[in-house]
Design a protein around this ligand. Structure first.
Ligand code: BGP
Length: 463
């Protein structure tokens, strides 16, 4: 074996409630459920979240498959739109409580550590319509009530909690780049939403610390998507562009989560442009005092930045692109199905960044993986998909991660996106990411070659 990982390393995979469960018996619609209902053609092949990978009905069999491929930990999420019946009063749906308890019991029975996230892009649409969703601090408080309810109801079964998955993607998808309902382009609102999501996370952490969960050994973190910003060149203008992209895309969440405050360089630019968020001293104190116990980091691709070559057109108001343009690097290695650059070395850069700039806080890779279209063409005579490209992709990323760990970064696990092919938002089932394939027509699930490989990696704690 060439690469051995620290004792107790998490070998696992991540998914979410809205992408797996299906909409069976759900009290409310999320923004994605609603968007699909009003505009199904916006989704690949018009496939929506209604059935997803049928986890609501298949969880016992699904969790057995996860055991079979050797996962020792799995992240999924509790859906606000399922658990809570009355969003203002925070009353629970008893069937949802039964369901989530049964799922958690099944994970524990199989010896798989459940990591539970509280928000995976699934804001109840009613709260968008009534209050503007994450633009509103009232919604922040409703979320904290929901989180508190989860700690009370499931804290006996769950030790590892996550407040948000990729909060930056909420701001980007809903308010900048139009890939989440309501598909607005509004940089000022995006900034407020970034602030409010940080506040919601800190308030939920405060509620967690006041609950029984913390006293009984639980811990809480956040999952951030980090897209390290690399400048096109050594030229100062490119460096400056990349530094702003790094601040806006990464540090706007990384700093509050780990240092308790926003990057001053970012605040300065936003204030000068008149788009700094509304905050109060009391809120800033909550953010300062409630940093995370651990970090989950999703890494898929880097961000390459260059100084603007064209004048910024501010007809649509302030946007972060005022300070950079995306640089399409010639010769970049691409995943053509997703259009994302493959750059495994960034995982090492992230490890070192967390070590040197975030107090070497405990962290794990909470998502990394490769979506591939048309994987059925790789199904062999024995009936399983030979996804060697995925194994190679994982090995390359793990090799760089290993180097970061060897050099002292405090990383305790690796979760691939995703255990079982699941519903991918607008892309629906176009690209498949799982260790386990799903036949959408029959919901038959079969382990891919990468799943068998993961079994061995997990058993040997390395490869
Ligand atoms: C992350 C999300 C996941 C998942 C993954 C793959 O951003 O946390 O929910 O979907 O990316 O990306 P996509 O589904 O867009 O291909």
């Amino acid at each position: 074996m060439e690469y051995k990982f620290p004792d107790g390393f998490w070998w696992g995979a991540a998914t979410s409630g809205p992408q797996t469960e299906g909409r069976f018996h759900k009290a409310h619609r999320s923004v994605f459920d609603y968007w699909y209902d009003i505009e199904p053609e916006a989704f690949f092949d018009r496939v929506g979240p209604n059935v997803a990978s049928n986890f609501y009905n298949d969880y016992v069999q699904d969790i057995a498959l996860l055991k079979e491929i050797g996962l020792n930990s799995v992240r999924t999420s509790i859906q606000w739109t399922r658990l809570i019946k009355d969003l203002e009063q925070n009353t629970v749906d008893e069937e949802a409580v039964r369901f989530y308890r049964a799922v958690l019991d099944e994970f524990l029975r199989q010896g798989i550590r459940p990591v539970i996230n509280l928000h995976h892009f699934d804001l109840p649409v009613a709260l968008y319509k009534k209050y503007g969703g994450w633009e509103s601090k009232h919604v922040v408080d409703l979320f904290v009530q929901f989180a508190t309810k989860c700690f009370e109801l499931f804290g006996d079964r769950v030790k590892d909690w996550v407040t948000f998955n990729e909060p930056m993607v909420v701001a980007e998808g809903e308010y900048l780049y139009q890939f989440h309902y309501p598909n607005l382009v509004d940089g000022r609102k995006a900034c407020q939403v970034i602030y409010n999501l940080n506040l919601a996370s800190a308030k939920a952490i405060a509620a967690f610390r006041a609950s029984k969960c913390a006293a009984s050994g639980g811990r809480i973190g956040i999952v951030l998507n980090l897209t390290p910003a690399y400048p096109r060149s050594e030229e100062p203008a490119d460096q400056k562009a990349a530094a702003f992209a790094e601040d806006f895309k990464n540090n706007a969440f990384l700093y509050p989560a780990t240092k308790g405050g926003f990057p001053e360089s970012l605040e300065k630019v936003l204030a000068a442009d008149g788009v700094l968020w509304q905050s109060t001293p009391e809120e800033l104190a909550i953010i300062r005092e409630n940093t995370v116990d651990f970090l989950g980091i999703n890494y898929y691709h880097p961000f390459r930045a260059k100084a603007r070559e064209t004048a910024f057109d501010d007809d649509s108001g302030w946007l972060p692109e005022k300070y950079f343009e995306e640089y399409e690097m010639p010769g970049a290695r691409m995943n053509p199905y997703r259009g994302w650059e493959i750059y495994p070395q960034a995982l090492y850069d992230i490890a070192i960044n967390v070590r040197d700039n975030c107090g070497n806080i405990p962290w794990y890779v909470a998502e990394n993986g490769m979506g591939v279209e048309g994987e059925e063409r790789f199904r062999n005579e024995e009936g399983f998909i030979e996804d060697d490209y995925r194994i190679d992709f994982l090995k390359e990323h793990l090799t760089w991660l290993h180097k970061g760990i060897e050099e002292g970064s405090n990383c305790f696990g690796f979760h691939m996106w995703t255990p079982i092919d699941c519903w991918s938002w607008k892309n629906a089932y176009k690209n498949r990411y799982g260790f386990i394939a799903v036949d959408l027509a029959t919901q038959k699930k079969t382990i891919k070659k990468s799943g068998r490989w993961m079994h061995d990696v997990s058993a040997q704690n390395g490869f």
